[in-house]
Design a protein around this ligand. Structure first.
Ligand code: AMP
Ligand code: GLY
Length: 407
């Protein structure tokens, strides 16, 4: 089976590594556009623009691939999956319409309301005076969300009213959601979906804030670990039946089959679990730790999702190992962007047994160091030992990833 992976981030690097680890030959994988790290493992096509439907379709036909796996949200929202399906190519990744679950927070709220899925109360606003009255209704801390895609920078959680209004102003032209503040542990739970059936992967926790102790601005994610030993018994089953299956069913009922990865961003509040967001693709950096622990043939799972056969064949199972990933970001991330600077020491980090490095971009989130071990203590020690061997002028990373599960 020949597979084309679309994307150029650490997530796509992790997907490629997981395919290789679980039985796909390197000659059977092409990645476009890929990045320099992915290029060391499989063939890449750096000239391809991931959101360009024609280019991606042309490449998929030229390479005669059996399956296309779309990593990031932008090509999904741009309709790349639709263009591929129109050519009869199997795709892991939802249609443009179904990807609105991530691309429009308003659409996500509409689906959740229709399917009776627990989520925070929210007001949809298109004027600043609506934002002000919603904030007055809900009180501080304020949660203000851009309606559309914003590369992890669309959400602010703050008790500072002026700051919340400032944030809303930036996005108000395309719509803003003011949501009730929800307090509790966050869980990222991924489901494979073939449009009718869902299959849960292993839960992970992401660290969204830029600095230690959850300080600083929200980012795309600064680190993650999996599994979550503190989750209540039956959690995954509960979310399958209360959240993932009803969401997929509601979309199916509307003629908007969701084929691909349903990312449930959840928060465990004192009043039960609530959905804070849906994404239409694998999370980054959670994928690095979730797929690191996958036992199955990943290509088989993705192909079965893409072709409506998720219910035929084995369920996803995961090793009992603990996995930790720590993200290295460039100077100023996520507020300012640094010049491109050389990163050294990656090879040395990867010499450590149990450590791998997933490359991303030259600036922003630059790479993820991923490690696994029999305990979180072991995995953390390996991940940070790996990180200590990597140099990037001005680079920063969090020091407290998975610290709370060590004891
Ligand atoms: P989102 O892009 O919707 O996942 O939001 C990014 C991050 O903002 C989440 O991972 C949470 O840490 C935080 N967040 C989002 N919505 C809420 C909420 N209603 N209450 C508290 N924190 C939130
Ligand atoms: N790590 C959060 C995300 O992928 O959206």
């Amino acid at each position: 089976m020949k597979i084309l992976v679309i994307g150029s981030g650490a997530r796509e690097h992790a997907i490629v590594k997981a395919l290789l680890r679980t039985g796909t030959e390197r000659e059977q994988i092409v990645c476009a556009p890929g990045n320099e790290g992915i290029a060391q493992e499989v063939e890449v096509k750096p000239e391809i623009v991931a959101t360009d439907r024609l280019e991606v379709v042309k490449l998929a036909l030229e390479e005669a691939v059996d399956l296309v796996v779309i990593g990031p949200e932008a090509p999904l929202v741009a309709g790349v999956a639709d263009a591929l399906r129109a050519q009869g190519i199997a795709v892991f990744g939802p249609s443009q319409e179904a990807a609105a679950l991530e691309g429009s927070k308003q659409f996500a709220k509409e689906i959740m309301a229709a399917a009776d899925i627990p989520t925070g109360m929210a007001y949809e606003c298109s004027t600043m005076s609506q934002v002000e009255s919603a904030m007055a209704q809900l009180g501080a801390p304020y949660v203000v969300k851009a309606d559309g895609l914003a590369a992890g920078k669309g959400v602010i959680v703050t008790s500072n009213r002026e700051e919340a209004l400032e944030h809303a102003k930036k996005f108000i032209d395309d719509g803003v959601l003011v949501e009730e503040f929800l307090d509790g542990q966050e869980v990222s739970l991924f489901f494979l979906s073939d449009g009718k059936h869902v299959m849960p992967l292993s839960p992970a926790q992401d660290y969204k804030r830029a600095f230690d102790n959850d300080e600083g601005p929200n980012t795309g994610g600064m680190g993650a670990y999996s599994p979550l030993p503190w989750l209540p018994e039956g959690f995954v089953e509960e979310i399958t039946h209360r959240v993932a299956q009803p969401t997929i069913d509601e979309l199916y009922r509307r003629g908007t089959e969701f084929v691909g990865l349903l990312y449930c961003g959840l928060i465990i509040t004192s009043r039960g679990v609530k959905v804070i967001e849906f994404n239409a693709r694998f999370g980054d950096p959670e994928t690095q730790v979730v797929l690191k622990r996958l036992n199955n043939d990943l290509a088989d799972l993705l192909m079965r999702s893409a072709t409506g056969k998720l219910d035929i064949g084995p369920e996803a199972t995961f090793s009992s190992d603990c996995a930790v990933t720590v993200v290295l970001a460039s100077e100023g991330y996520p507020v300012t962007s640094a010049p491109v600077r050389e990163v050294t020491g990656i090879a040395s980090a990867e010499e450590i047994d149990g450590v791998e490095v997933c490359k991303a971009s030259a600036t922003g989130r630059v790479l993820s160091v991923v490690a696994s071990g029999a305990t979180f203590q072991e995995a953390r020690t390996l991940a940070y030992e790996g990180m200590s061997r990597i140099q990037l002028q001005g680079g920063h990373f969090r020091h407290d990833i998975a610290l709370k599960v060590v004891n």
